[in-house]
Design a protein around this ligand. Structure first.
Ligand SMILES: NC(=O)c1ccc[n+]([C@@H]2O[C@H](COP(=O)([O-])OP(=O)(O)OC[C@H]3O[C@@H](n4cnc5c(N)ncnc54)[C@H](OP(=O)(O)O)[C@@H]3O)[C@@H](O)[C@H]2O)c1
Length: 249
């Protein structure tokens, strides 16, 4: 059976680039996001490059809508054999001007949204005793990075959850991969008003993610400079972390 990958958040950035990459590598690609027009545009250009593609417009926070969307993709492309839970949003918090809403929303999309998608495909994967679950987390999952505390927390939560799933699902034939990207040039980072070290194009990121999927890696951090940063970030004591990150503001 050919591979049918469902990618959430496929209408732009990393998701769209990964869709193109996997389409070129022979996967059937199910594109899912809220903006139907963007998905249709991408699907058309992928089809003209020879890929098999279907689209579904859904919000990952809406469990019923997501179920309908993924089933729609499966009707066209066959059972989902690979899920890439990529849909995500940024989230900042200013503790001097507390607003609970962005905090809640970022968890709804980045954490629950990813798990809502797993919920739809896990039954079929368990039945077949095969499948792959990929989550696009972030280097920001490593420590609490102000002012993006809510974003860091949501990514730490999903990375931790994926790790537990990885251990539980391996004996069932389901492989889990957690991706921790550094800075990638996408609409999400376009508004950042600070210098982004080791920024990589979305197409480069997509190639690395596709390789990690093919090689059944458990974890991928990129680029290598960010893997090094993540290694140190995990290990520095709190006082040093506060001093370095505090100075960056
Ligand atoms: N860019 C980076 O530097 C970077 C670094 C680390 C991690 N990441 C992670 O990579 C992933 C992709 O980000 P990106 O940089 O490619 O950003 P992006 O270009 O803004 O793409 C985000 C995607 O998520 C979709 N999305 C957002 N909310 C959704 C919802 N409620 N339901 C369904 N789809 C939703 C958007 O589509 P619609 O608006 O059409 O729904 C869009 O396709 C995110 O999880 C992000 O946290 C990015």
């Amino acid at each position: 059976m050919g591979q049918h990958v469902v990618i959430t958040g496929a209408s732009s950035g990393i998701g769209a680039a990964l869709a193109r990459e996997l389409g070129q590598r022979g996967y059937s690609v199910g594109l899912l996001a809220r903006r139907a027009d963007k998905l249709a545009e991408l699907a058309e250009s992928m089809r003209s490059a020879g890929a098999e593609v279907a689209t579904a417009s859904a919000d990952v926070c809406d469990r019923d809508g997501l179920l309908v969307g993924i089933r729609q993709l499966e009707q066209t492309l066959g059972p989902c054999t690979v899920l890439v839970a990529n849909a995500g949003i940024g989230g900042r918090l200013d503790p001097t001007d507390w607003d609970p809403e962005p905090n809640r929303k970022v968890f709804e999309v980045n954490y629950f949204g990813a798990l809502n998608a797993v919920e739809v495909v896990i039954g079929g994967m368990l039945e077949r005793g095969a499948g792959q679950l990929v989550v696009i987390s972030s280097v920001a999952a490593t420590r609490g990075l102000p002012p993006a505390g809510p974003y860091s927390a949501s990514k730490a939560a999903i990375s931790t959850m994926w790790e537990a799933l990885r251990v539980q699902l391996a004996p069932k034939g389901i492989h889990c991969l957690t991706v921790h990207p550094g800075f990638v040039k996408t609409p999400l980072t376009a508004g950042n008003d600070f210098e982004m070290p080791f920024l990589v194009p979305a197409e480069t990121a997509a190639g690395w993610i596709a390789d990690a999927m093919a090689n059944k890696r458990r974890e991928l951090t990129f680029p290598w400079q960010m893997a090094l940063v993540r290694w140190f970030m995990k290990r520095v004591p709190e006082w040093l972390f506060d001093r370095v990150i505090g100075r960056r503001g």
